[in-house]
Design a binder for this molecule. Structure first.
Ligand SMILES: Cc1cc2nc3c(=O)[nH]c(=O)nc-3n(C[C@H](O)[C@H](O)[C@H](O)COP(=O)(O)OP(=O)(O)OC[C@H]3O[C@@H](n4cnc5c(N)ncnc54)[C@H](O)[C@@H]3O)c2cc1C
Length: 487
């Protein structure tokens, strides 16, 4: 038994929900305080006129991490939601009638590679063998570590493959594949880590195994099913939830967290854990108690922000899969507009999500729920005029590339961009998914899970370890719970 009993968790994103479940299982009394009226953080849903949209994450990758999470509580994913493996997992539109479909087995993908570049099928199989080894090491030995010391990265396998930390994904991919399409395909998964392929250690090619080996899945009804499952599990474990409760202060006494303030009310606790944006959480403390300065945050590489459009369409759309990447323009130039010289991209790459193409519950019969995401640099100017301009650019491209009228079939649309990320999630510079996992921002080099200045104050989520994405958020909540109460 531990002396400390009461834990307050700020925010209800996946990391907070995971921490809540793990801490409740360990015997703590847990209360979650969320500023918004819905639980799940960025994984909110927007519904209108019978259409359903996942507003944030839509790619269900690394299903083993979800299995492992529920297994910790003696449960299975199938106790809560129905999961389908998508085929194709996704498709990449390189031009009109030039589409690459990523199917649901390595063999099928290798055959497709071979058609694109002679000899690349075999190379892909051996590339993925190494990627799988890295995946196993990452999951077994690295990502569940608390990021306290560089020694955590030292395992027999990482020592043998130290070169993979010294070279980057881009170089590694370019060594084996010459086709620009295959190179883009193999570099795309690291975008989930929030950084450019040339900034990402080659060890992270385990994301290629996650992509081609483990596949892309869809929870029927959308990603909100994961939130509902975790909230339901948390409630079973005794966690209580307060929505519409924006925390305005973390209260401390003699440099120890003792509770939070919401409006005029103080809620006391023995421990405070925050899954809200790290930079925002520190702003809830008096300045001398913050560990990281403004100049620290300014120097960090953040994951992109995004311009999003959620649209109800009054007909079925052709030539589109559940997940579609429009890579028909220069990848480098778009990446440079995010990371090198932050500006609105001249010719944007974009992503189109069409869940109703494989899940009829997402839209009325004969219609389509569609969302579009354009990754952009955080902190860019965000105006209605810019949103309208980019809406027109991407819809026109979509019409040309898929050979069909779309604009006149849009029944309604809602947009979401930098200012919404700041207002809705207190996100630093309006980042969409946290701090990038570059070589200098990996593991022990990320903001720490435990405050060095305030006792009993902990952090979790996409700005700390292990990093951005839903599976890492689940892992982050697990690690912080184990740090608070080691097994
Ligand atoms: C558009 C988009 C697409 C994405 N796509 C994918 C994808 O396809 N697959 C994938 O794996 N990942 C994806 N991600 C990333 C993934 O969604 C995130 O990494 C993950 O959900 C982050 O969880 P979190 O718990 O760290 O933070 P969040 O989900 O941001 O949760 C933090 C919570 O804290 C709350 N909060 C903030 N301030 C306060 C306060 N003062 N008081 C109380 N509460 C507060 C916020 O409202 C929020 O609910 C995407 C993200 C976005 C935005």
């Amino acid at each position: 038994m531990y002396d400390v009993k009461k834990v307050i968790i700020i925010g209800s994103g996946f990391s907070s929900l995971s921490a809540a479940c793990h801490l409740a299982k360990k015997g703590f009394e847990v209360e979650v305080f969320e500023k918004n009226s819905t639980l799940g953080g960025r994984a909110r849903q927007f519904k209108q006129d019978g259409f359903t949209f996942d507003m944030g994450p839509s790619w269900y990758w690394m299903p083993d991490v979800f299995d492992r999470f529920f297994a910790e509580f003696g449960k299975k994913v199938s106790d809560y939601y129905e999961l389908d493996r998508l085929d194709p997992g996704y498709q990449v539109v390189f031009g009109k009638d030039d589409v690459f479909q990523v199917h649901d087995s390595i063999e099928k993908i290798a055959d497709r590679f071979e058609k694109e570049e002679k000899g690349s099928g075999k190379k892909l199989i051996s590339f993925l063998k190494q990627a799988k080894r890295n995946y196993d090491v990452a999951i077994e030995d690295l990502v569940y570590k608390p990021g306290i010391s560089p020694l955590e990265l030292i395992t027999p396998v990482t020592v043998k493959n130290v070169g993979l930390f010294l070279t980057n994904i881009r170089k590694q991919v370019e060594r084996s594949f010459t086709s620009s399409k295959l190179r883009s395909l193999l570099q795309f998964p690291v975008l989930f880590l929030g950084a450019k392929p040339e900034q990402t250690p080659a060890f992270y090619n385990f994301m290629n195994y996650a992509d081609f080996g483990l596949g892309t899945w869809h929870p029927k009804g959308g990603m909100i099913q994961i939130v509902n499952a975790m909230v339901s599990l948390a409630k079973e474990l005794g966690v209580s939830f307060h929505t519409d409760h924006p925390v305005s202060e973390i209260i401390t006494k003699n440099k120890k967290a003792t509770g939070i303030r919401v409006g005029e009310t103080v809620f006391e606790a023995d421990i405070v854990v925050s899954g809200a944006d790290y930079h925002h959480t520190e702003s809830l403390l008096q300045a001398p108690l913050r560990v990281y300065s403004e100049s620290y945050w300014k120097k960090k590489v953040f994951a992109p922000s995004s311009l999003l459009f959620y649209m109800g369409i009054d007909k079925k759309l052709d030539k589109l899969a559940h997940h579609n990447l429009f890579f028909d323009v220069d990848f480098e130039k778009h990446a440079s507009s995010i990371y090198d010289t932050p500006e609105w991209p001249k010719e944007p790459l974009f992503y189109v999500n069409l869940p109703s193409s494989s899940d009829q519950s997402m839209a009325p019969k004969g219609k389509e729920a569609c969302f579009i995401l354009i990754p952009i640099a955080p902190d860019l100017e965000d105006t209605q005029a810019l949103r309208d301009k980019y809406y027109d650019i991407v819809l026109t491209r979509m019409e040309e590339l898929t050979g069909q009228k779309i604009k006149e079939h849009v029944m309604f649309k809602k947009s979401f961009c930098v200012l919404d990320f700041i207002q809705d999630y207190n996100s630093y510079k309006g980042n969409a998914y946290g701090m990038a996992n570059t070589l200098r921002q990996t593991a022990f080099l990320r903001p720490k899970l435990k405050s060095k200045k305030v006792e009993d104050l902990y952090f979790t989520g996409q700005l700390t370890v292990p990093g951005p994405g839903v599976p890492p958020a689940l892992i982050s909540g697990n690690i912080v719970a184990d740090m608070i109460a080691p097994l």
